[in-house]
Design a protein around this ligand. Structure first.
Ligand SMILES: *Cc1c(COP(=O)(O)O)cnc(C)c1O
Length: 375
């Protein structure tokens, strides 16, 4: 790839085929009768929902989750009518009709939201379809057990509100041995059976990407993976069974021979010894190269056909960062035009670890200044 192709700002390649393969891998892991949804919130984790969601639809996915009403409206226009679109963060008062008009299924989190949904949508006897989120231990959005027990005493409201799906979210699914996983599972099973006594056909959804790996008991009717579709390892610490999805290449802006010992970058936190070589590359914290990886990041220098892993020096700046390329031979330096900041050899998970965070934050931080290409 030439610097011209990179348009001098970097090129982010998203492999839609890898996303489709990851979807297929997840489907194959599910218990019989469990369908696989796709979570495409936050612009498909930063990768571009307008490309990613139709690709998943072509792979057979018919259930999609977004975070906000605006994301739902955008997605509705991208997908055929038989796709079900759930909005995860509940509904704010006054938005009920907008939500129903776009044929979105809100994930409601309180009795009051169920009441308002009945008042503002559907007919006198039945509201438009909705989902209900219960809290089994995450203590984020959702209805707690006490409110739920109270709600069960007004079965007319539950029936009228047209609850099609009950869901809950695991807090520790990426730690398979964590005792909170079976505790949340037991709590969820109680919620589900109580609701099914009133409304037998209601479906249940419990597992995110990591939850799928906890086994069939966690699958219920509909799984909700997000990160695994985009190549993030659902089982940190084990080999990643999924295909990497992103590749990010940026141009080298300058190579420098260091002739005397010196400090590198803001705060003079990096140091380079006389005789070393540095490469200044595009990609700074305004492009999602999180500043917390300063001094700890790595990347792959690409010299012709050769790939050489190199280390970051000093702090990440807004637009650039600096790598030590002393390990490259003069011949390799002569061919060096491009760095791979993310790819098969330095993954989203690797960068997340170097930055003291998770791959999710790396993906959703990817900047808008790179060119984008879909494969
Ligand atoms: C984001 C989200 C998911 C997807 O989680 P991953 O860990 O990315 O698979 C599933 N369910 C809910 C409620 C979420 O907020």
């Amino acid at each position: 790839m030439s610097v011209l192709e990179l348009e001098h700002e970097g090129l982010l390649t998203v492999d839609l085929g890898a996303i489709a393969d990851n979807y297929t891998w997840l489907c194959a892991r599910l218990a019989d009768g469990c369908r696989c949804a796709a979570v495409v919130k936050a612009d498909a984790y930063g990768l571009g929902v307008s490309q990613v969601a139709p690709a998943l639809y072509r792979s057979g996915c018919r259930d999609f989750f977004v975070a906000t009403l605006a994301e739902g409206e955008e997605l509705r226009a991208l997908l055929p009518a038989d796709a079900t679109i759930y909005v995860l963060t509940g509904i704010r008062p006054g938005c009920e009709q907008r939500c129903a008009a776009a044929n979105l299924v809100p994930v409601l989190v309180s009795t009051e939201q169920l009441r308002q949904w009945c008042v503002h949508t559907g007919t006198d006897t039945r509201a438009a379809p909705c989902a209900l989120k219960v809290d089994t231990g995450m203590t984020r959005l959702g209805m707690g057990a006490d409110e739920f027990v109270h709600l069960l005493q007004t079965p007319e409201l539950l029936t009228r509100a047209n609850v099609q799906l009950i869901l809950s979210h695991l807090a520790c699914a990426d730690e398979p041995e964590h005792p909170q996983n079976p505790a949340q599972l037991a709590a969820f099973n109680e919620f589900v059976s109580a609701l099914r006594r009133i409304s037998p056909p209601v479906q249940a959804s419990f597992s995110n990407s990591s939850g799928i790996c906890l086994g069939d008991a966690y699958h219920f009717d509909l799984a909700r993976p997000g990160s695994a579709l985009y190549g993030i390892n659902p089982l940190p610490g084990s080999d990643n069974p999924l295909r990497p999805v992103v590749n990010l290449r940026v141009p080298v802006l300058q190579q420098r021979e260091i002739t005397r010992d010196c400090a590198v970058g803001y705060g003079a936190t990096g140091s380079a010894a006389a005789g070393s070589w540095l490469a200044v590359v595009r990609g700074g914290y305004a492009d999602g190269m999180l500043r917390t990886q300063s001094g700890r990041g790595r990347a792959i220098a690409i010299a012709g056909d050769e790939k050489i892993a190199v280390s970051m020096l000093g702090r990440v700046s807004m637009d650039t960062c600096v790598f030590d390329i002393s390990a490259l031979s003069a011949a390799q330096r002569a061919q060096l035009e491009v760095f791979e900041l993310l790819g098969d050899d330095w993954t989203v998970d690797d960068m997340g670890a170097a930055a003291g965070t998770i791959g999710y934050e790396i993906l959703t931080s990817l900047g808008r200044r790179y060119g984008r290409r879909y494969r």
